[in-house]
Design a protein around this ligand. Structure first.
Ligand SMILES: [Zn+2]
Length: 325
């Protein structure tokens, strides 16, 4: 069985002892350190016949096979595919959770629990909800039914509505060390220098694959250099290259992690704490960039993506420190 985060275990034991389960839990931490597994553990704890996530009773087995009738998933198709979970018929293929999907889930909740106990809704990467979906979920969280537990699982809580966060009991999972995560990547066949960068990105919630890192980072660094040196033509060419090469989400994750490093450098953080310390020379050349303003624009890019604003427009806005409309 997966290792259960000690903090989560303590909190859940407390809820169970007092028979005081919340209606909504927000689980945050790095995706690499297994936040999704921890969410499934929570589901098993509530649905298990012995209330102990025993793993062997018929209820636990059905959760494991994803065939438990009182366990519902709310997630985008790419997320379900990535996590090897059953897909929903007719769902869209984008990184997007729509209002209809939230409503569908809520409809299932308005019926009584089939097995007379709890119903658990796992919402994976709730930041993928568009505005209408988020507002619909918020309404449900304001008036949750009896014996319903919503578990929102994310590495990017900043991308959620504050009103949603305030409805949830927030459990922050313990981060693993950079060295531990780096070892996991090495076991998966990654070279050491790259594994350290990937581990640091995982820890900061910007996780990407080794291929994405190799393909996108040189282009993003080139783009940042062009912005810094005000080479507009080069900047646009590189933005177009990024648009062809990667998904907007992956490009913006790599960019976000580089801007975080620039902010850290400007704040005088020790070099060993940098994510991209293997590219220190490149970073040092760009400390003149207004990384704070750029990061501020980048923070609003999730909403822009949902509104179908193109990656090139988003990059241009970030480069100019212009608001995304
Ligand atoms: Zn069980």
């Amino acid at each position: 069985m997966d290792t259960i985060d000690s903090q989560l275990l303590r909190v859940v034991d407390g809820w169970q002892r007092r028979q005081a389960w919340p209606h909504a839990v927000l689980l945050t931490g790095s995706e690499r350190s297994g936040i999704f597994d921890q969410a499934f553990y929570l589901a098993r704890r509530l649905l298990c016949e012995t209330e102990n996530a025993c793993g062997v009773c018929s209820s636990c087995q059905r959760v494991h096979r994803m065939s438990h009738i009182d366990l519902h998933l709310l997630a985008s198709t790419p997320t379900l595919k990535q996590l090897d979970l059953p897909l929903v018929d007719g769902a869209n293929e984008r990184h997007l959770i729509r209002k209809e999907e939230v409503l569908e889930c809520c409809r299932a909740l308005s019926l009584k629990a089939h097995e007379g106990g709890w119903r658990v809704i796992l919402c994976l990467r709730p930041e993928e909800m568009n505005k209408e979906a988020a507002n619909t979920l918020l309404k449900t969280l304001e008036e949750p039914g009896d014996h319903c537990l919503f578990v929102l699982v994310t590495s990017e809580p900043k991308a959620l509505l504050k009103t949603i966060i305030s409805r949830c009991q927030h459990v922050k999972l313990k981060p693993q060390s950079r060295e531990d995560l780096s070892q996991v990547w090495i076991q998966e066949g990654c070279e050491r220098s790259k594994s350290e960068v990937l581990a640091a990105m995982d820890l900061r919630g910007f996780g990407v694959t080794p291929e994405t890192l190799s393909e996108l980072r040189p282009l993003v660094l080139g783009w940042l250099t062009a912005v810094h040196e005000r080479h507009r033509v080069q900047e646009l060419e590189l933005a177009e290259g990024l648009n062809r090469q990667g998904t907007p989400e992956a490009v913006l994750r790599v960019l976000r992690s580089l801007l975080s490093d620039l902010l850290a450098l400007n704040a005088g953080c020790p070099e060993v704490e940098l994510t991209h310390r293997d590219r220190l020379d490149d970073l040092r050349r760009m400390t003149g960039l207004d990384s704070l303003t750029m990061a501020g624009v980048l923070d609003t890019s999730a909403g822009a993506l949902r509104r179908n604003v193109s990656l090139i427009s988003i990059l241009t806005a970030i480069a100019r420190g212009a608001q995304l409309t």
